[in-house]
Design a protein around this ligand. Structure first.
Ligand code: NAP
Length: 256
């Protein structure tokens, strides 16, 4: 492209002022791509991870103080786009976002990464919540628990269960004897996941249906070892223009 054509193309890109609700790799990918395109981007992190991976652009950390706090923040900063790229199980912040922008004229784009589908060889037991998931585990199960730091308590409180708790941050509930704590961050590869399941004599995997590639190999490993998976299904999220991938988000912004 000649220099003059590049200049015209740049003139055609109207920078947006975007707030990304983040805490996911997808959110980082979106921020990096939008900043590279010259947009004004702020990513918001909940502040629960001590050493978060930082995206390009501005970053703010910590809760907004509910719907009203988020609304005030959006109005004061003058964003014209809100991109909800939070984890599929982060239901509260997504509901807050939906209500906070009502009537503000802010474009609302919501990334909903597709969930995993059962494949031949999978032995999934579906649960609508982590509380329901714990009831699907037979007495004496050796569990690999990969549902994050907040909801491990109901499993750890059952004296007949043992196994491995894996999370990025320290769980909020005390880890009793019989359980091994592994603090680690995805992505995890198949060989690693297979060894983990074998080395700890795991009989059941408990997972959220998070979708995406970074944590999928534990599902493949369980399939290959013929282990049952208690799969916690996603909470409902509503509102916004729903897209499936970071690339779809970028495409929508490019059209603005
Ligand atoms: P949540 O239950 O939906 O939100 C709880 C509260 O945390 C919200 O009301 C809000 O506080 C604050 N919050 C959440 N996400 C925020 C963000 N991006 N920026 C500012 N404040 C935020 O969320 P969660 O399940 O605790 O997840 C917290 C963060 O971790 C999310 O950003 C999510 O993307 C990421 N994450 C969650 C999971 C998971 O399994 N839940 C997994 C991986 C990553 P105020 O009401 O005070 O604004």
């Amino acid at each position: 492209m000649s220099l003059s054509l590049i200049a015209v193309a740049e003139l055609l890109v109207m920078p947006v002022k975007a707030l990304i609700l983040g805490g996911t790799k997808d959110a980082r990918d979106i921020a990096d791509a939008l900043v590279a395109r010259g947009h004004d981007v702020t990513t918001s992190l909940a502040g629960v991870t001590r050493q978060p991976l930082i995206p390009s652009g501005r970053v703010r950390v910590g809760g907004f103080g509910g719907v009203q706090g988020l609304r005030v923040h959006i109005e004061e900063a003058g964003y014209n786009v809100l991109i909800d790229a939070t984890h599929p199980f982060a239901a509260q912040i997504s509901a807050n976002a939906l209500h906070a922008i009502a009537g503000l004229g802010v474009r609302h784009i919501r990334l909903s990464r597709p969930g995993w589908e059962m494949e031949e060889g999978d032995q999934w037991v579906s649960a609508t919540s982590t509380r329901e998931a714990v009831d699907h585990l037979p007495a004496g199960s050796r569990v690999l628990l990969t549902i994050g730091r907040k909801e491990a308590g109901v499993f750890l409180d059952r004296p007949d269960l043992s196994g491995v708790v894996r999370s990025i941050e320290l769980p909020t509930h005390e880890i009793g004897s019989g359980w091994t704590l592994i603090l680690d961050r995805p992505p995890f590869e198949l060989e690693h996941e297979t060894s983990l399941l074998k080395d700890h004599g795991i009989t059941h995997l408990v997972s959220k249906n998070s979708g995406g590639g970074a944590t999928y190999d534990k599902i493949v490993a369980a399939r290959q070892l013929r282990l049952p998976v208690i799969m916690v299904e996603r909470p409902r999220k509503g509102g916004g223009e729903v897209v499936n991938s970071p690339a779809d988000v970028i495409a929508l912004i490019d059209q603005m």
